[in-house]
Design a protein. Structure first.
Lengths: 317, 318
């Protein structure tokens, strides 16, 4: 910026006074603030102010369906209740099952696909675009039509499974059974988001310069050895990026699961966001759910911090 | 080139066999991944009995009943009543009467779809407008606490929507913004502006500063240089960012289902509520889903070169 000012000043010095003002115009500092302020103000109004309000509500017994009831300050009671509540821990367990399995499946399948696409066969660009389609769709709409595929008697999914295994298509319910429902949501998420991991892994594979493989070739390193000592380590920052982002997104997953199972049967697929929605918008325990929201937010904020560090690491490559 | 293809096992140039095997596997995956999409598309053209038949029908007689049901509401009538009606007006009238029903009015699908369009475009315009200014500010000027501000902007996008929805619900109730398009536009703008700033900053960083400096030496003010030099150079980036914002706003469900119920409801919370007699009207759902997804297909194809950049907030470029 000082260099810019210098140029501006020099230009201003060389031009007649009437033009000099135009060269400088508004000072750079004021332009910077005029440009950035509206965004910051909007975010303060729609994100930060509500967040502070949530913190306040989390310390009270407020209920949104009874706005006129007497407001009582309860301190950290809600937080203590949440951390000792078995239902909340059950929800955290469902969330963990969902997050861990989707990440494992998506990373393995996504990396394999990326590695295959990187063989650069004819038409790989076209097929990549086709594979990417699911991740661009609305998770809610996806959840809704997978519900159709999962219908026990008429659904295509059950039919295909029974075609290959010989089991009766009406003998299992993907969404209705306590054992299968957690896997039903993992399958849909994997179908939808594997392309995301694939795309980032592909960028990682393509960032590895050819000369490293050429050098390995000269040293007679086997393909297997090259894969484990060059490909995997050099892709790792990219894989980490994908894993972190999927982790954050799936930790707060709501739309797809809400439409597929709505948390059921019972509460077997009740991931954290669904619990939060039930507490806040069905039971109207606003204070309690605010406290839970803050706990979730702090977790996501911590993960986001790590994510940004990973982003910057990839960026410097 | 010739020398290279002679070393068949070179990893740099994969061998012909490995390329063939890879292409077969990728194409198989692509077909498997398309089955659900194909199925919902096909269901849109089935009759209700065909859509729930066992075994599932792959070959069927196409019908427009799903699309008719999507856009209309119907009431059941006696066959005598239908017999004394005049000749059917149009194809929808005909298929409805075949089920001993008459069209009673239009459904809510069209208004919900239009809401989606208005809210998506409104919020996209606002977020790109705010985003391009903030991105320019961050890209070109020394801003105190720049990295912290950028992290703050990104972190707002990471917030769980349900957690944000609780206070927004209360705030909108106080301000009279519940179930209004303006409220949804503002909310989606706040979510999208973070992506817009990060993406556009990357695009603007790539425009050499020398262009503006040269323009300013020629007598342009900083603002003129921004408008006449930087903005035209950033057109591709702005377009790609806009499409990403559009897709997000188009697909969003959590805020929409919690904060809207009628006037401002968008298509995603509406589609799952399409029911016919005795359960979900799957052909109508298929039709509604197909129409809803077509814009996304087009956008994805337009965006394919910038997809990677968009999904990593501008960090990974190639």
């Amino acid at each position: 910026m000082s260099k810019l000012n210098e140029i501006a000043d020099r230009a201003a010095g060389a031009t007649p006074p009437s033009l000099a003002g135009a060269v400088r115009g508004l000072s750079d500092k004021s332009i910077a603030w005029i440009f950035i302020a509206p965004t910051i103000i909007l975010l303060l109004a729609i994100n930060i102010f509500p967040l502070i309000w949530t913190i306040y509500l989390s310390l009270t017994n407020y209920r949104a369906n009874r706005p006129n009831a007497e407001l009582k300050f309860v301190g950290t009671e809600h937080y203590e209740k949440i951390l000792t509540n078995p239902d909340i821990w059950a929800a955290m367990q469902s969330t963990a099952h969902f997050v861990v399995w989707t990440i494992v499946l998506q990373t393995v399948i996504g990396f394999t696909l990326a590695w295959l696409v990187d063989r650069k066969f004819r038409g790989h660009g076209f097929w990549t675009t086709v594979i990417l389609l699911p991740m661009m769709l609305s998770p809610a709409v996806v959840g809704n039509f997978w519900k159709f595929l999962y219908q026990p008697q008429i659904g295509l999914f059950n039919y295909i499974i029974s075609f290959f295994t010989g089991a009766e298509p009406s003998s299992f319910e993907m969404l209705g059974s306590v054992q299968l429902a957690p896997w039903a949501i993992v399958i849909v998420d994997t179908w939808m988001w594997t392309p995301y991991v694939m795309l980032i892994c592909l960028a990682g594979l393509r960032s590895i310069p050819d000369y490293i493989y050429e050098a390995a070739e000269v040293d007679r390193a086997s393909n297997w050895r090259q894969f484990w000592s060059i490909t995997i380590p050099m892709c790792l920052p990219f894989i980490m990026l994908a894993v972190l982002f999927r982790g954050i997104e799936n930790f707060k997953m709501f739309d797809m699961v809400n439409l597929l199972t709505g948390g059921g049967p019972g509460s077997t697929t009740e991931v954290a966001s669904i619990t939060l929605k039930r507490e806040a918008f069905e039971k109207w325990r606003t204070g309690f759910s605010s406290a839970f929201a803050i706990i979730l937010f702090v977790t996501v904020f911590g993960l986001a911090n790590i994510y940004v560090k990973a982003l910057n690491k990839v960026k410097s490559r | 080139m010739n020398a290279r293809s002679s070393t068949a096992h070179s990893v740099v140039e994969p061998s012909l066999t490995s390329r063939r095997v890879a292409s077969v596997l990728v194409i198989v995956y692509a077909f498997v991944t398309l089955i659900p999409l194909f199925w919902i598309f096909a269901t849109g053209f089935k009759t209700p009995p065909d859509s729930i038949s066992y075994p599932p029908k792959v070959i069927f007689e196409p019908s427009l009943e799903g699309y008719c049901n999507l856009f209309t509401t119907r009431t059941r009538q006696t066959s005598e009543y239908i017999a004394q009606l005049g000749p059917p007006e149009g194809i929808c009238d005909e298929v409805t009467r075949r089920r001993e029903m008459v069209i009673a009015g239009t459904s809510n699908y069209a208004p919900r779809f239009i809401n989606s369009v208005i809210i998506a475009f409104g919020s996209t315009f606002l977020s790109v407008f705010l985003g391009v200014m903030a991105a320019y500010g961050f890209s070109r000027f020394k801003v105190p606490l720049k990295d912290d501000l950028l992290f703050f902007i990104l972190s707002t996008r990471m917030m769980p929507p349900i957690a944000v929805a609780i206070p927004i619900y209360l705030m909108y109730r106080e301000l009279g913004l519940s179930d209004t398009k303006l409220g949804m536009i503002l909310l989606y703008t706040a979510v999208n502006v973070s992506l817009a700033v990060w993406l556009l900053k990357g695009f603007i960083d790539e425009i050499p500063r020398e262009y503006e400096e040269a323009a300013m030496i020629d007598g342009y003010t900083r603002l003129q240089a921004f408008r006449k030099v930087v903005l035209p150079q950033a057109t591709t980036g702005i377009a790609a960012t806009a499409i990403f914002c559009l897709i997000f706003a188009w697909n969003e469900y959590a805020f929409a289902v919690l904060l809207t119920s009628g006037d401002a409801q968008t298509a995603p919370p509406f589609i799952p509520t399409i029911i016919g007699e005795g359960g979900m009207d799957w052909p109508a759902v298929g039709a509604g889903t197909t129409l809803f997804l077509i814009p996304i297909f087009i956008f994805t194809i337009l965006l394919r070169k910038h997809l990677l950049r968009g999904i990593t907030f501008g960090a990974v470029r190639k």
